[in-house]
Design a protein around this ligand. Structure first.
Ligand SMILES: [Zn+2]
Length: 382
């Protein structure tokens, strides 16, 4: 099976390279806006507008008028037109009308790996050298990178790269097509996980994984206040915005690491992982949106678990979210409706008198329900 995997490296361009990256981003923004304007005008006059391919054909003549376009990666310019086409597709699918792009703190451009062969030698426009810690990109040539310390080589074919500028730092995300060899599936272990808010995860082995992301809300509010005090267009305002962006970037990165650590541990240690399918929307409303972070780590954990299970030939089983996993005693199956009350963290089964912790008991029930679902699946196959 072929899969596409993205690898993100920190990019350390020298002064000239940084200037060229900024210029390329600027030119891509120009092309996007220029052809958006072209589409709007043409549509008003004729009721039709050019396709992306027809627009791409116009780049050479436009470059004669504006020679600075020739200084940058032409593949990135073409991709800018495809981005515009995607924005139109989203518009036809019900999103808002494409907007003109303004300069922003996080911007990027995409370039594709173009292969050539000359006199029996193969050339690639994008090359990764993990030994010497460099990436070769069109027009930029060799740029220093950092990341994936333990990898000496990337197996697979580079498809494209996205050069990003985020809060004053540079990154490159390389998309590689890899051959995935999956071991055959012979499960010997199963885990049930109860997803929550305070403890992100409680497992059927009674392990608790806390949400380690501490939001420094005071600092966020302080910085926002500081920003509103700065004059519009002033240098201080720009600096303040950069500070805010960096803080959010830090939180995003910490969150990403936490999610990868949790999911790697779950996938490495278990063959079958059982979770509830959650009504994430209602959970978001309660907690995260209120804290100004509109992404819920739980939905992200499930998304990552899904693809990692697929890559590693493990199974992720999701059970019906209406199954009353918290209320059922995992020893005698008695259903205690009093446990509906979310404040009841510990309870004793009125039937068999086992003492339960709410989340651990739920995780065990989720595990059994998943096992039942898995066994039924096997029966159906036989
Ligand atoms: Zn019981």
């Amino acid at each position: 099976m072929q899969i596409l995997k993205g690898y993100v490296f920190r990019l350390y361009p020298n002064k000239e390279q940084a200037e060229l990256i900024n210029k390329t981003i600027g030119c891509c923004r120009f092309i996007y806006n220029y052809f958006l304007d072209d589409k709007i005008k043409e549509y008003k006059e004729t009721g039709k507008s050019k396709s992306a391919y027809d627009q791409i054909k116009l780049i050479p003549s436009l470059s004669k008028e504006k020679p600075w376009l020739k200084e940058v990666d032409s593949c990135a310019l073409r991709n800018s037109i495809f981005n515009l086409e995607d924005a139109y597709k989203r518009f036809y699918d019900g999103s808002g009308y494409p907007k003109f792009k303004a300069k922003s703190v996080h911007e990027s451009y995409k370039t594709n790996n173009i292969k050539n062969s000359y006199k029996g030698n193969n050339y690639n426009s994008i090359k990764l050298d993990l030994k010497n810690k460099t990436i070769t990109l069109p027009k930029l040539k060799e740029v220093k990178i950092r990341g994936y310390r333990n990898r000496k080589v990337m197996l697979g074919e580079i498809k494209s790269a996205v050069v990003k500028k985020d809060a004053g730092k540079y990154y490159v995300s390389v998309l590689i097509e890899e051959e995935l060899i999956r071991p055959s599936f012979v499960p010997t272990s199963i885990i049930g996980i109860d997803l929550g808010i305070k403890d992100l995860i409680v497992t059927s082995y009674n392990e608790k994984i806390e949400n380690t992301i501490k939001l420094n809300t005071k600092r966020m509010v302080g910085l926002q206040k500081g920003l509103s005090r700065c004059k519009k267009g002033s240098k201080n305002r720009y600096k303040m915005r950069l500070k805010i962006q960096r803080l959010y970037q830090k939180i995003r990165n910490a969150r990403k690491h936490m999610i990868h650590d949790i999911t790697n541990k779950l996938i490495n240690e278990n063959d079958i992982i059982v979770t509830e399918s959650l009504d994430v929307k209602s959970m978001q409303k309660n907690h995260y949106v209120a804290k100004g972070l509109n992404e819920n780590p739980i939905s992200e954990i499930i998304r990552v678990l899904k693809y990692k299970a697929n890559w590693n030939n493990k199974k992720l089983i999701q059970i019906d979210r209406y199954y009353p996993s918290s209320q059922i005693c995992n020893v005698c199956d008695y259903q205690n409706k009093k446990v509906k009350d979310l404040k009841l963290r510990n309870w004793e089964c009125p039937n068999c008198h086992t003492k339960h912790n709410r989340d651990y008991n739920a995780a065990v029930n989720i595990m059994f329900k998943g096992l039942e679902k898995y066994m039924k699946g096997i029966e159906q196959c036989i």
